[in-house]
Design a protein around this ligand. Sequence first.
Ligand SMILES: Nc1ncnc2c1ncn2[C@@H]1O[C@H](COP(=O)(O)OP(=O)(O)O)[C@@H](O)[C@H]1O
Ligand SMILES: [Mg+2]
Length: 221
Amino acid sequence: MPAKIIAVFNQKGGCAKTMTTMQLGGAFGLMGYNTLIVDMDPQGTAAIWSSQAEVDTPFPANVISLAPMRELMIKELKKFVRDYDVILIDCPPAIDSPIPWAALQVADIGIIPVIPVLDNVWASVKAKELAARAQRENTGLQTYFLISQMRRGNIFAACLEQIKNDPDVPLLEAVISLRNAYPESQAFGTTVQGLSKSSEASKEVRKLAKEIIEKLQMQGA
Ligand SMILES: Nc1ncnc2c1ncn2[C@@H]1O[C@H](COP(=O)(O)OP(=O)(O)O)[C@@H](O)[C@H]1O
Ligand SMILES: [Mg+2]
């Protein structure tokens, strides 16, 4: 079976694209899926993150940067689809970048992380438009919103409701909360599960991974 491809995209910077990619990719790796993370952001955050790991406790997925190839990376990806079970593409935030468009041409699933605040909700219109255009070309593509950095408060709950009621893009059930464990895991070149398997952060990441596995009908690792 060729690898399932997941594109994590949103033109909005700071909405947790890299965090989602790394935690989800790491979760697949820990479940036994042979996992490749492709860092398409010229800032190289995903690649630097994984390089923080100690040699004897490597990041649980392979991470490579293909950012200099820009949209040509989809040709390069063809070399990897037979060797991996799942490939995640961490897209850059640039609005006019051709990279998310290219990634969505080859993806099985597109995940749009959104912080439940109004500026993120407003900006998500652009990501929705891109998803709709991509789905006309790549008819098998599924796209979902993912709530990231959820926290307590009326404005966050109200924005979550608004995203949930979006008529075009469904919302994943799993929710990623704002927790210290997420940035802490970067310091050790690991994921939240690498810090503690029983933490609340680990539970929500595993729930997300299981939900994506179901949507993609991935076979057991
Ligand atoms: N669930 C979370 N809890 C706490 N901090 C988070 C969480 N998700 C992301 N962050 C932090 O928010 C910032 C933006 O996240 P990042 O994944 O880099 O966004 P993007 O890739 O979309 O630009 C980073 O500093 C990251 O460590
Ligand atoms: Mg990023």
